[in-house]
Design a binder for this molecule. Structure first.
Ligand SMILES: NC(=O)c1ccc[n+]([C@@H]2O[C@H](COP(=O)([O-])OP(=O)(O)OC[C@H]3O[C@@H](n4cnc5c(N)ncnc54)[C@H](OP(=O)(O)O)[C@@H]3O)[C@@H](O)[C@H]2O)c1
Length: 282
C-alpha cells in the first residue's frame, strides 16, 4: 500500500509508515495547511493529529487538496482524557471525523489515561469505534507499564501502538519491553525532544560522519530500533524533507550505543501535572 522507498512497521500484517508528520502546535496557524500539504508532497503518508491540537481541520483540508488517494495516507487521531466516558468518547470521534471530513481514521488513540473513569469504559468505547468502522486500528498514548497491562487485559482487540515520549535523552526501556511483549508498536512523540537533542555533541559528531543533520541521525536512531515509529513536526520545507529522507544511511552498532548512552539525562518534556500518570522509573 505504501511506497517501497519509505520504511514501514508491521503490526500483525498491518503496515504503518515509520515516519509520520506531527501536527501539534503550529506557531503560525495560517501556514498549517501549506506545511501539511508540503509533507504529503514530500512523501509523508502518515499524519499524526489529535482533537486536542486543533489541527484536524487543517489535516482534513490538506488531504482534500492532494491527489494522493485517501487510502494511501495513514491518519492517526486521539481522544482526550476529558472525553474518557463512553458517550463523550463517541462524540469526540464523531467530531474528529466531521472536522476532517473523513469516514474513518487509520488509528484512534486514547490520548492520556484518565484515572477518574474506569479504563474498561474507555477501552470499550475505543473498541466500539473500531467495530463501527470509524477506526481501522486502535491504541493508547502515554500509558505506563502498569496501564499497558491493564489495557491489554481489558481489550478484546489488538492494541496497535502506544504513543509515548521517546528520544535519546529519556530511558523508556521498561515501556518498550512491555509493548514488545504484547506485540504493540511504539510511536515516539517529541522524537527530537523539541530540538534539545540536536545540540548534543555526540549526535553532531555522528551526523558529521554520515554527512547528515543531527535531526536525521536522531530519527534514524529511533527507527533503526524494532517496531519504532516517529512523528516529528517540521516547520519549514527543509526540515520536512530532511526528516523523511533517512533511507540512504544506517548507524553502526557502536553509533547506536553511543546515542543510547545519552538517556541518563532523563529529560521528560511532556509532563503535564493535570494529566500525567505515575511514570515508570528507569
Ligand atoms: N501523544 C502525545 O501526548 C503527544 C505529545 C506531544 C507531541 N505529540 C505528537 O508528536 C509530534 C512531535 O512533537 P513536537 O512537535 O512537540 O516535537 P519534536 O518533533 O521533537 O520537535 C519539533 C521541533 O524540532 C525542530 N525540528 C524539526 N525538524 C528539524 C530539523 N530537521 N532540523 C532542525 N530542527 C528541526 C523544529 O523546531 P523549530 O521550530 O525550532 O525549527 C520543530 O518545531 C507532535 O506534533 C504531535 O503530533 C504527541
Amino acid at each position: 500500500m505504501f511506497s517501497e522507498s519509505f520504511p514501514t512497521v508491521s503490526v500483525r500484517g498491518v503496515e504503518i509508515p515509520s515516519i509520520g508528520y506531527g501536527t501539534m502546535l503550529f506557531p503560525e496557524p495560517e501556514k498549517a495547511v501549506s506545511l501539511i500539504s508540503q509533507a504529503i508532497e514530500s512523501g509523508y503518508r502518515h499524519i499524526d493529529t489529535a482533537r486536542k491540537y486543533g489541527s484536524e481541520k487543517w489535516v482534513g483540508e490538506a488531504i482534500r487538496n492532494t491527489s494522493i488517494a485517501r487510502e494511501e495516507i495513514w491518519v492517526t487521531t486521539k481522544v482526550t482524557e476529558e472525553n474518557a466516558k463512553a458517550d463523550d468518547f463517541a462524540r469526540s470521534v464523531d467530531k474528529s471525523l466531521k472536522t476532517m471530513q473523513l469516514n474513518y481514521v487509520d488509528l484512534l488513540l486514547i490520548h492520556w489515561p484518565q484515572p477518574k473513569v474506569p479504563l474498561s469504559e474507555t477501552i470499550g468505547a475505543l473498541i466500539k469505534a473500531k467495530q463501527e468502522g470509524l477506526a481501522k486500528n486502535i491504541g493508547i498514548s502515554n500509558f505506563t507499564v502498569e496501564l499497558i497491562h491493564k489495557a491489554v487485559q481489558l481489550s478484546s482487540e489488538q492494541l496497535f501502538t502506544n504513543q509515548i515520549e521517546y528520544h535519546p535523552f529519556i530511558n523508556q526501556d521498561k515501556v518498550l519491553q512491555t509493548c514488545r511483549k504484547f506485540g504493540i508498536s511504539v510511536t515516539c512523540h517529541v522524537p527530537l525532544a523539541r530540538g534539545e537533542v540536536l545540540k548534543s555533541p555526540q549526535i553532531k559528531e555522528i551526523a558529521k560522519f554520515h554527512k547528515k543533520s543531527p535531526a536525521q541521525v536522531t530519527l534514524k536512531w529511533l527507527i533503526q530500533q524494532k517496531d519504532i515509529i516517529v512523528v516529528p513536526r517540521g516547520l519549514s520545507r527543509g526540515e520536512i524533507i530532511e526528516n523523511i529522507n533517512l533511507s540512504d544511511f544506517s548507524l553502526s552498532d557502536e553509533q547506536m550505543n553511543m546515542i543510547s548512552k545519552l538517556r541518563n539525562r532523563n529529560l521528560r518534556l511532556v509532563d503535564p501535572e493535570v494529566r500525567r500518570p505515575v511514570w515508570d522509573l528507569p
